[in-house]
Design a protein around this ligand. Structure first.
Ligand code: GUN
Ligand code: ZN
Length: 442
């Protein structure tokens, strides 16, 4: 059944090519007065506003004025169950997991609590302009059910999976290899490909999985190769040392995954900071993704991920909040943090590169770049509209800008949820809470 088409007007910044490969102005098409024509939840055309109005005179028009229309942000690594413990003080990775994370994750065996947090989290995401996320759940199937159900109610394309752990976690958060396999498989069969849902096979990380569990999940992935696989890799040096003790037969941290069929295209490795040259080469050669989590890496004190180096090596790189190890739900804030960490590593990432990482780069890391993170015709109409003068501090700086890059950079560096003027999910404008704003006046 065809719905009436919608024409969304504003400024358009279309990053059609990877700006790490070509100069930013060649990677982007900027339209001062542009539009996105939406039909049946998908982008039918992106172009000049007047041309689209003439081509689609019957379309309902929503005019965002000077708002900057971009693909909705894509957060390629997060833990929705950690929503309520974000910004917990004073610990580094292993202590932080034991002190804050595991006690909170224990609560997700209660389906009502899982549903409450899933709803709260997705409302926070949308209010920050994020339309897709790859999230860890907890060990409880109810945590996965709650998350996919909340995403389905919003028609959001999310990636999620049951977080598997069979050692070094408290009672109540441990399974075994067979249970991890069987419960993951059942959830995968229920949810993967249902609407916009994507199931990710999710071993938490090698310290909390025995080789038997990693082997069982590798076998499951081999049966369902189109699913992604998400985990953590080399986030802190203490963790790398611990993995060496726990997996003495493996040549390095990456090998704990590789030896069990968990290294190939579709693998998403959170953090990936403390890598050897051999690990870097194998990650690239297998087409796995490295997920940069800048606010988490500084908040938990993990280290500096060198984005420019990874891109120059030809790695697949996504950008992510890593909520609640990360200190923000906002991909604007996450881009700002990536910029600052880039500066410490000797490279000023261009606004085009930051925006690309937060959209197409993350989508590519998730192998979903044919659908999301892009304004290309045929892709899903997930959009964010930015107000580039959302606070007095940003507005006065924006007033000095002469190019689109100068205009958007203050919002990248200083913006928050006040900069999110509108969000569209699969062509429908939604507000936090999932309601649809009234456009009867337009
Ligand atoms: N490594 C294993 N689990 C986690 C987690 O929940 N957060 C972060 N930041 N690192 C991890
Ligand atoms: Zn994580």
């Amino acid at each position: 059944m065809n719905e009436p088409s919608t024409l969304v007007l504003g400024q358009i910044l279309d990053l059609h090519t990877n700006p790490f490969d070509v100069p930013p102005d060649e990677a982007a098409r900027y339209l001062r007065r542009g539009g996105i024509l939406i039909e049946n939840g998908k982008i039918a055309a992106t172009g000049d506003a007047d041309g689209l109005r003439a081509a689609a005179p019957q379309a309902r028009v929503i005019d965002h004025g000077d708002g900057l229309i971009l693909p909705g942000f894509v957060d390629s690594h997060a833990h929705y169950p950690q929503t309520a413990i974000i910004a917990s003080w004073g610990k580094r990775l292993i202590d932080w997991l034991n002190s804050y994370t595991f006690p909170e994750e224990m609560r997700f065996g209660d389906p009502a609590y899982a549903a409450e947090i899933a709803e709260r989290y997705l409302d926070l995401l949308v209010s920050h302009g994020t339309t897709s996320v790859a999230s860890f759940c907890t060990i409880h199937p109810s945590s996965v059910e709650a998350f996919f159900a909340a995403a389905e109610a919003r028609n959001m394309a999310v990636v999620a999976g049951r977080t598997c752990m069979d050692r070094n976690a408290p009672d109540g958060l441990r399974d075994d290899a067979q249970t991890a396999h069987d419960e993951s498989k059942a959830l995968l069969e229920t949810w993967h490909g249902r609407g916009r849902a994507v199931y990710a096979i999710t071993p938490r990380f090698s310290p909390t999985s025995t080789p038997e569990q990693l082997e069982a999940l590798g076998a499951l992935w081999a049966e369902h190769p189109d699913c992604p696989m998400q985990t953590h890799l080399s986030e802190q040096t203490d963790e790398v040392d611990w993995v060496r003790d726990l997996h003495p037969h493996r040549r390095d941290y990456l090998d704990t995954y590789e030896a069990h069929g968990l290294l190939r295209e579709g693998a998403m490795f959170g953090h990936a900071i403390w890598l050897t040259d051999s690990e870097r080469a194998r990650l690239r050669d297998h087409g796995a993704a490295l997920i940069h989590c800048p606010t988490s890496n500084t908040f938990i004190g993990s280290g500096l991920f060198d984005t420019a180096r990874a891109m120059a090596e030809g790695q697949r790189v996504g950008l992510a909040t890593d909520t609640g190890g990360g200190s923000s739900f906002s991909m604007l804030h996450t881009m700002a943090s990536a910029y600052e960490i880039g500066q410490l590593s000797g490279t000023a990432l261009h606004p085009a590169q930051l925006l690309w990482l937060a959209t197409a780069g993350s989508a590519r890391a998730m192998r979903m770049d044919d659908r999301i993170g892009t304004l290309a015709p045929g892709s899903d109409a997930d959009l964010v509209v930015l107000d580039l003068a959302s606070t007095p501090a940003i507005a006065q700086r924006h007033a000095r800008s002469e190019t689109i890059w100068e205009a958007v950079f203050p919002t990248i560096m200083m913006g928050d949820d006040r900069a999110i003027a509108a969000v569209y999910v699969a062509g429908t404008q939604i507000a936090a809470g999932g309601s649809q704003p009234d456009h009867s006046h337009s």
